[in-house]
Design a protein around this ligand. Structure first.
Ligand code: SAM
Length: 244
């Protein structure tokens, strides 16, 4: 591992789920070559009773079980004792939605600590007591934080220096400047009676760039009206008569 490799630590009840899919392909090669490191911490190792319990029934009644603050707290403290300056993210559907700009900021840092939940989630006092950043990977409910942590790590790792090949670039991708990416095509030129748009064979780079911009705008307006609003607002800000 290189000295300044990005260091990820995951607190989980299922350490065997890691590295899982991010041990393969781009992220996996980068892990093997030491561009980033991954440590897991089993929350159950911090249980204090003979049954190694990590959860208890919800105060006030209701379905399911809640992760205990004392046990999870000890696991958090163990991580803070070693890597206290790193961002400490908690995977929860009640968190702030993950964005590409947050991913970029994390990838520019030296590492991340990630806490994964299970059952009904965490005792709320953990969020009050520790400097945790609640993060959601989308408006749906997973059965555990581990798949969410894998999503987060995959998004971070591909942006680390040296992970993507020289030919691949993150600059043109979806969410840059509030737009989704333009559509891609490759050979064969005709498939199932459908042709690659003629302009892409024109060799006119300016025209191709303008076409791609137009397609990116159309697609964003249609599929992501929320992003489209941001895009329009950013255009106004950038225009000479804009307010900024
Ligand atoms: N009772 C919780 C609620 O309704 O908000 C859902 C708990 S979920 C079944 C169990 C765990 O999965 C959560 O503690 C969290 O770690 C993880 N999880 C589920 N959905 C998630 C999402 N959209 N983003 C991030 N983590 C999620």
């Amino acid at each position: 591992m290189t000295n300044n490799a990005f260091a990820a630590t995951v607190l989980t009840l299922y350490p065997e789920m890691f590295p899982g899919p991010i041990g393969l392909s781009l992220a996996g090669s980068a892990l093997k070559s030491g561009l980033w490191s991954l440590k897991t911490l089993d929350i159950r190792d911090y249980a204090t009773d003979k049954h190694r319990s990590v959860d208890d029934s919800p105060s006030g009644g209701g379905a399911g079980m809640v992760l205990r603050p004392d046990v999870v707290g000890l696991s958090i403290q163990a991580v803070l004792a070693k890597a206290s300056s790193l961002p400490f993210l908690v995977m929860t559907p009640r968190g702030k939605p993950l964005t590409q700009s947050r991913v970029k900021a994390l990838a520019a840092g030296s590492g991340v600590n990630i806490l994964c939940g299970r059952f009904e989630g965490f005792d709320e006092r953990l969020f009050e007591h520790y400097p945790l950043e609640p993060v959601s990977v989308g408006d749906y409910v997973l059965s555990g934080g581990e798949p969410a942590a894998l999503v987060l790590l995959d998004a971070i790792v591909r942006l680390l220096p040296g992970v993507m090949g020289k030919s691949a670039s993150a600059e043109d991708e979806s969410f840059e400047g509030y737009l989704l990416e333009y559509p891609h095509y490759t050979r064969p030129r005709e498939w199932e009676g459908r042709m690659i748009p003629e302009i892409l064979h024109s060799g006119d780079h300016a025209k191709i760039a303008a076409w791609r911009q137009q397609k990116a705008e159309e697609h964003t307006r249609l599929w992501r009206p929320d992003l489209w609003e941001h895009y329009l607002a950013s255009k106004i800000r950038k225009s000479p008569s804009g307010t900024q």
